[in-house]
Design a protein around this ligand. Structure first.
Ligand code: EPU
Length: 422
């Protein structure tokens, strides 16, 4: 099994450029299904989940090619949907990446039919899609479920007023995309406000869609008869940026992330400051300096602009060596403390009960062999723990980290970490 070998205790220092956001790139690529033609994307991260989405588009009949950077041009992912015509999302790829469910709405909107398999549960907890399906039904889709499959069809979707029970990121994206080609106006209320939704709105507008309100809790879409392809640069990954800053904090070092939108990171920066980090914000850059042991800090995950669940595990790692006791509450996913068991092997004092973790800070963690489960953020948290720990840590299961972090080991090496892949 692949893994990371880390010799801990190196103080990280330096600057790292952040890539395009995984959680923006995936729905952006799904949106290409809405129009036939050639799309060019810049700043697409080269990570496993993007490769899976590219493979799904190929299996649907699209062409996807990566053009590496040249002297006068940035790297590009070129997606040609001219001959895309299949409407069944392959089950094996759907299983590999549950968020591929967001293809259902675009396929249905453009071709009037789609089939997906049911995403089921996963390591971070159940991944329900009831809000996706209820919303598509409200847009006039006829949906049948059975034997683990979902069949959807509609002649032409029609606009509707939809109120989401919870501000789901995926359901908001799904319904925005489906509604772009519907007849009439769709209003999505209690919509998710994550910056990735604004990034999707920007692409959809460039494609000729009439959408506004992304970033607020009400998104309004006026359907148009057809859309055209467009070019787009993926927004910076605020979760990757937060992970690097936390790596700096865990090693009591000084790390700068560049190419970020600092405003997207304010919920995380607030908590890092509370934990004792010195943070400087400039245009497109954030610098963190952590002078000594962090101060115990309570965190509760919330939809944006609250503290992101995707940085909860890395923050939990930081709290393992804090002075004092912190309480971490996870409100988004039902099972996102699996990493605690592995951190305990490294000497952490964490008690978990349901969606709460109580962390009593210890002076230091010690290296051990630990296993990343299927949650890429848990995997990243273990890498951070290894960087801060005394001695050698082996993190098994590097594959899951590759789902969302591009060349993590090399980039940490660039900051002075002693880490290699095996
Ligand atoms: N929910 C429902 N019904 C639905 C959909 C969601 O009850 O139909 C609930 C979920 O159970 C959860 C909450 O709503 O409790 C939020 O789920 P959401 O739909 O917002 O999550 P998602 O769209 O499936 C995206 C990210 C996740 C991230 C969450 C929350 C992508 C591809 N994934 O998932 O990212 O944790 O939003 O911010 O955008 C990760 O990158 O590690 C990751 C898991």
């Amino acid at each position: 099994m692949q893994g990371f070998l880390i010799r801990g205790g190196r103080v990280l220092a330096g600057s790292v450029r952040v890539g395009g956001a995984k959680n923006a790139a995936l729905p952006l690529l799904a949106a290409t299904v809405l129009a036939g033609g050639v799309f060019r994307f810049r700043r697409v991260p080269d990570i496993r989940d993007v490769r899976v989405m590219a493979e799904i588009l190929r299996r649907l009949g699209g062409e996807v090619d990566y053009h590496p950077a040249e002297a006068d041009r940035d790297a590009e992912l070129v997606v040609d949907t001219t001959h895309l015509e299949h409407t069944e999302i392959p089950e094996s790829l759907m299983r590999e990446m549950r968020s591929s469910i967001v293809l259902l709405g675009p396929l249905l909107a453009r071709f009037g039919r789609a089939r997906a398999s049911y995403p089921g549960g996963c390591v971070i907890g159940p991944r329900p899609i009831d809000l996706h399906l209820r919303g598509l039904r409200a847009l006039g889709a006829h949906i049948e479920e059975g034997g683990g499959y979902i069949w959807a069809r509609a002649d032409r979707l029609r606009g509707a007023d939809i109120h989401l029970d919870v501000p789901s990121v995926g359901a908001t994206e799904q319904l925005m995309m489906a509604a772009t080609l519907a007849r009439g106006r769709t209003v999505v209320r209690n919509a998710a406000k994550e910056p990735e939704i604004s990034d999707l709105q920007q692409l959809l507008r460039a494609m000729g869609a009439r959408v506004h309100g992304a970033g607020t809790d009400t998104v309004v879409i006026d359907g148009v008869p057809r859309l055209r392809p467009a070019d787009h640069e993926v927004m910076p990954d605020r979760i990757e940026a937060g992970t690097f800053l936390l790596a700096g904090a865990v090693t009591q070092g000084e790390v700068e992330v560049e190419g970020v939108v600092p405003e997207h990171m304010s919920p995380v920066l607030a908590k890092l400051r509370e934990a004792g980090a010195h943070i400087e914000v400039a245009q497109q850059r954030v610098r963190l300096r952590q002078g000594g042991r962090p101060t115990a800090t309570n965190v509760k995950t919330q939809p944006y602009p609250g503290f992101p669940t995707d940085l909860q595990n890395p923050f939990l790692t930081l709290m393992c060596t804090a002075e004092g006791t912190s309480v971490i509450a996870e409100t988004i996913w039902g099972n996102r403390f699996k990493v605690a068991e592995e951190l305990r092997r490294m000497g952490a004092d964490i008690q978990t009960e349901d969606r709460i973790a109580i962390v009593r800070g210890v002076v230091e963690l010690t290296g051990a062999e630990v296993q990343a489960t299927d949650d890429l953020r848990g995997g990243a948290a273990l890498v951070l723990a290894g960087l801060g720990a005394r001695g050698e840590t082996r993190v098994l299961g590097a594959g899951c980290v590759d789902r969302g972090y591009e060349r993590l080991a090399e980039r940490l090496q660039g900051l002075g970490a002693e880490i290699e892949r095996f």
